[in-house]
Design a protein around this ligand. Structure first.
Ligand code: R1P
Ligand code: MN
Ligand code: MN
Length: 403
């Protein structure tokens, strides 16, 4: 039985979203944002020379059709990407109203998001009194710290000492639909923090806040450090999605990286986590060798987004793409006859753009193992339909298979 591998390169968009004018970074609309296209341009113009050099060098992904995808999606002729593709290539357009990770992954899995997410206002306080009171009740504290939009490292350093003094949890949010709680692993207690987030999640999910995120840290003042015990309590997809369909048909589903959290751990047979994308790629290589007949492997590589997209680090983003491209060649060489591997993304995060938020873009769809030729423009839900069709699942969702 054939197998399928989906690899989401988090935030590796290819421009051209028809509704980009309705999404913003600071006050600038996302119209024209193009993560891959602008990185390729910056490389060609010598503006991405930190730790790497020259044209964006992605032979494996170009051979599947990546260069064609950028011009298909956005009309941009990205320099150096013109190779004759050997794979199936297209660009997918999202309909969900959020340019965030859950929206993107759910829609790729056949479930567009039918609601508007709740975002907290960029004001202080960001949270209403009833919510603060509930956090205090569950935490057993007389108050909270933060109560604003913040970057996690900055607010940990700013309020960590006060947190140790008062015992109050540090609560903050961002441009995403999230409620985050940072607390010291030893002083506040890791289990207590996780329990607090778990207990708070149903209330926030009922308000359509996508995730409650525990952000434990350790160390003393001046040397606080986040630990890898981050935990996301995410709202569940409103309908069964690709991984659920596969499991319902008795297939093994491997989730690599954040995939478990993004789907509230639904539909996952085995979860493979790591401390970095390099670890996650090792899981991917191992599963290419070892995944069961008929299995679905769904992988998210988050560092493009978290380490390079949000900080607007063009060289770093280019380096990460080039590193991944080498691993992708190794990965593809391990596939067995009948397997497919599909590379895509969940949204954009153009490192040349204004602001620090995601950018609304189309995403690449590159398929190895399914012959050669243009898929053209398609829908996010067509990814799920195509993978389900390839695996021979009984449910294929609302999309149309391009395979
Ligand atoms: O700044 P840190 O705490 O890393 O938070 C980031 O991580 C959140 C979820 O991925 C985003 O919404 C952003 O707020
Ligand atoms: Mn994402
Ligand atoms: Mn992000």
């Amino acid at each position: 039985m054939s197998r399928a591998f989906i690899v989401v390169l988090d935030s590796v968009g290819c421009g051209g979203a028809p509704d980009a004018d309705q999404f913003f970074n600071d006050t600038r609309p996302d119209t024209g944002a193009n993560t891959l296209g602008h990185i390729a341009q910056a490389c060609a113009e010598g503006r991405a020379e930190d730790g790497r050099s020259g044209m964006l060098n992605l032979p494996t992904l170009y051979a599947l059709g990546l260069g064609r995808v950028i011009s298909l999606a956005s009309g941009l002729q990205a320099p150096g990407l013109g190779a004759q593709p050997q794979g199936r290539w297209g660009a997918a357009t999202e309909v969900s109203r959020g340019k965030d990770t859950p929206s993107g992954h759910w829609e790729l899995s056949g479930v567009p998001v039918p609601w508007d997410w709740t975002y907290f206002p960029d004001a202080t306080p960001a949270f209403d009194d009833a919510l603060v009171a509930e956090v205090c009740r569950l935490a057993g504290t007389e108050g909270i710290l933060g109560n604003c939009h913040a970057s996690g490292i900055a607010i940990m350093n700013e309020l960590g000492a006060e947190h140790l003094r008062t015992g109050w949890p540090i609560c903050y949010t961002s441009a995403d639909s999230v409620f985050q709680i940072a607390a010291h692993e030893e002083a506040f207690g890791l289990e207590r923090l996780l329990m607090l987030c778990a207990d708070l999640a149903p209330l926030l999910h009922s308000r359509r806040v996508g995730r409650v995120i525990a952000r434990p840290f350790t160390g003393a003042e001046g040397a606080f450090k986040r630990t890898s015990n981050r935990r996301d309590y995410a709202i569940e997809p409103p309908k069964p999605a690709l991984m659920d369909w596969a499991q319902a048909d008795g297939r093994v589903v491997h989730a690599i990286g954040k995939i478990g959290d993004i789907f509230s751990h639904r539909g996952v047979s085995q979860l493979h986590k790591g401390k970095s994308d390099a670890d996650l790629v090792q899981h991917l290589l191992r599963l290419a060798d070892q995944a069961e007949d008929g299995a679905l492997t769904f992988c998210n590589l988050v560092e493009f987004d978290s380490l390079y997209g949000h900080p607007r680090d063009v060289s770093g983003y280019a380096r990460a793409l080039e590193t991944f491209d080498l691993a992708a060649a190794d990965f593809l060489s391990r596939l067995k006859p009948g397997d497919i591997a599909l590379f895509t993304a969940d949204h954009g995060n153009d490192p040349t753009w204004s602001g620090t938020d995601h950018t609304r873009e189309r995403v690449p769809v590159l398929v190895a193992g399914a012959g050669q030729g243009e898929i053209g423009l398609c829908a996010f839900v067509d990814v799920a339909a195509s993978v389900a069709t390839h695996l021979g699942l009984s449910e294929t969702g609302p999309g149309r298979s391009f395979l």
